[in-house]
Ligand binder design. Structure first.
Ligand SMILES: [Cu+2]
Length: 258
């Protein structure tokens, strides 16, 4: 039942949490390195050019307001342009690097011909309702399979909410009349590591009324075969039959579009 191509692709997929953790680590490491160099160099200069009372006023080359301390092409100019050049290279590299990763986060992994599972998420005062492609609805707990890209289409039936799960690093505005898309994917390794059922708390991240802080939900990820068994028993008989007949492809074909 499980397409080997999907599993193959699934192993290459990276969860949003992994991508954001990597970006965070790269920025932290680089920031620490650059910060250490800058602070150390500053302290060294503070010591080197300290006022020990032996310097005469004529020698002192004080900075002039409104002028870059280029020293007319001397060693000061080299240092100035070296530091400008290095900063530009570091900043431009970081922009290109993080923009590339954020494009992946925006688009999500390529699911090929298999499509993906699209679930409508509707916020209300105070809770979450999920609608599966076969029309089955759940409240509070969103049950999804591992190794699949799960697309969520988030909206609200009353006021502004925000559907988010910190552990999965996803957060999407829920606005009445508007549909915001996001995706997540949990590997079967993660599910196995959590004892066959991975759970992630869901919270509302937009102050929406007196019940806001209690507006919680949960994303439950179970192995794909278990999920298919569960999913086949939801919805009405005829739809379940068509899913059984043609596999998961049929599920995604009938995906909710908005
Ligand atoms: Cu809310």
């Amino acid at each position: 039942m499980i397409d080997p191509v999907i599993l193959q692709q699934g192993s290459d997929w990276r969860a949003q949490a992994e991508v954001f953790d990597e970006i965070f680590f790269v920025f932290l490491a680089l920031g620490t390195l650059v910060g250490t160099i800058v602070v150390a160099y500053t302290l060294w200069n503070v010591y080197k050019y300290r006022d020990d009372g032996n310097r005469s006023d004529e020698e002192f080359d004080a900075p002039v307001v409104g002028e870059l301390p280029t020293g007319q092409g001397g060693p000061k100019a080299k240092k100035l342009f070296l530091s400008f050049g290095l900063s530009a290279i570091v900043v431009i590299s970081l922009v290109v690097y993080s923009y590339g990763l954020l494009l992946y986060v925006e688009d999500g992994p390529d699911t090929g011909d298999e499509g993906d599972i699209e679930i409508m998420v509707e916020g209300y005062q105070y809770g979450w309702e999920y609608e599966y492609p076969n029309g089955h609805t759940e409240r509070g707990e969103l049950i999804v399979p591992a190794d699949q890209r799960i697309d969520i289409n988030v909206t609200s039936r009353d006021v502004w909410h925000n559907f988010g799960s910190s552990d999965l690093r996803i957060k999407t505005d829920a606005i009445p009349g508007d549909y915001n898309e996001n995706w997540f994917s949990v590997s079967s390794e993660d599910v196995a590591a959590q004892g066959g059922e991975a759970t992630y708390p869901v919270e509302c991240f937009e102050l929406c009324g007196p019940g806001h802080s209690a507006m919680e939900g949960q994303i439950t990820v179970i192995p794909e075969d278990e999920w298919e068994e569960w999913y086949d028993n939801t919805g009405n008989g005829s739809e379940s039959a068509s899913i059984e007949a043609s596999g998961l492809g049929a599920v995604t074909q009938s995906g909710v579009s908005a």
